[in-house]
Design a protein around this ligand. Structure first.
Ligand code: HEC
Length: 125
């Protein structure tokens, strides 16, 4: 029964590789959950408007920093509500370096920016 035994061997080999595969899976999953900085690439409609108008002072990720106008706020941790963000973008902060965008960005886009700041730039943990 030579045929049987070689068949049996290949069945064994196949079974073994399936077992190996499943044994390897959990460690792959574990590696993906490893503690490493979450690199968040913000997406969505607000990104383009933000890049065009805001990143010179607030940086592409919203972290802000020193600039000519003052210290650009860190938008990732803003405590303002969405409506307050809309108001801040619309009216600006006179004398504090945050310009008013009234008439430069339409209301709908300002709302989109506010959602973008609250949802996409926000640091989550
Ligand atoms: C010329 C630089 C400059 C530009 C351009 C600018 N900002 Fe600002 N922004 C600032 C500064 C400086 C502050 C902090 C003002 C203060 O100290 O109260 C600020 C504050 C803010 C705040 C308030 C944050 C908080 O938690 O109090 C929001 C929201 C904001 N900016 C959104 C925007 C958005 C959206 C844009 C683009 C449409 C933008 N800014 C463009 C300089 C800028």
């Amino acid at each position: 029964m030579k045929g049987f035994s070689s068949n049996f061997k290949s069945v064994l080999a196949a079974a073994f590789s399936v077992v190996t595969l499943f044994a390897a899976l959990p460690s792959v999953a574990a590696a993906e959950e490893e503690d490493r900085p979450v690199i968040k690439v913000p997406r969505g409609g607000g990104r383009e408007t933000f890049t065009k108008n805001c990143t010179t002072c607030h940086m592409p990720d919203g972290r802000g920093g020193q600039n000519e106008g003052g210290y650009g706020a860190d938008l990732r941790v803003t405590k303002l509500s969405e409506d307050e963000v809309v108001k801040t973008i619309t009216e600006g902060r006179q004398g504090k370096g945050m310009p008013s965008f009234k008439g430069m960005i339409d209301d709908e886009k300002i709302r989109m920016l506010a959602q973008f700041i609250k949802d996409d730039l926000r640091l989550k943990n």
